[in-house]
Design a protein around this ligand. Sequence first.
Ligand code: ADP
Length: 270
Amino acid sequence: DATIQLSVRVARLGSRYILLLADDRTEAVRLEQMRRDFVANISHELKTPIGAITVLAEALESAADDPDQVRHFSARLTSEAARLARLTQDIIDLSRLQAAEIVPHAERVSIDHVVASAVDENRVLAESRNIELATGRHSHAVVFGDESLLTTAVHNLISNAVRYSPDKSRVGIGTRLHDGVVEITVTDQGPGIPADDLERVFERFYRVDQARSRATGGTGLGLAIVKHAVQNHGGEVRAWSKPGSGSTFTIRLPEAEHITTPPLTPAAVA
Ligand code: ADP
């Protein structure tokens, strides 16, 4: 962006008047630009499933006399509609998280419970491809936060690990408590992520491999949702990878006992 916004002010310095020029691209302006980019990205992303649904509906109409074709096109229609629904839900979740509308309420949440739910949600997908979901020991860790949001974050990491891994491989999910920090680690034996892309995978709609993301039903928003959900809990998420031998994603959250000021509850905000 090569434009700058200048604000001009006149100030008095002793007996002299001076002109103050300031670059006025405040945080608000930057956020507004981010919002515009997000809307532009969304419009682009929505066009794909909407376009496919339109074409498939026309194909279905002209194939009305052929039952096999009708079955084929309606199955594809259902799958595109599901994709549109997933994308819409992810967009809503992410915009709420970015606007900090979802304030994690200070509820004590068991990390073992969060991990168990996220693993269960991915079991059918993993079993369909003979991928082992290997969980380690319980950490007995507790954090303050929103259980469903934390489950979504861990779910997204496990679902990525499964989606990008080869059949019959192993996804390891571990939790540990260390110096007041709860760590949840998801490791896979997938293709890995090149170093240049590793920094960018948390950006919304950034995909290393466009075709693979689409083929596995990705929306391109999974990791952006993880990042914001975790940050809203005062934590962070990091990724490591060795291309060819897999990736590791780690969520780090402050342990409940080590939070002196719990995150604000919606009631406290109001
Ligand atoms: P998507 O819906 O495309 O998976 P994400 O935000 O979840 O979107 O991930 C962004 C990109 O990061 C993916 O498109 C993929 O290229 C890469 N990625 C994420 N997780 C993994 C993983 N476990 N192994 C390899 N690549 C991954």
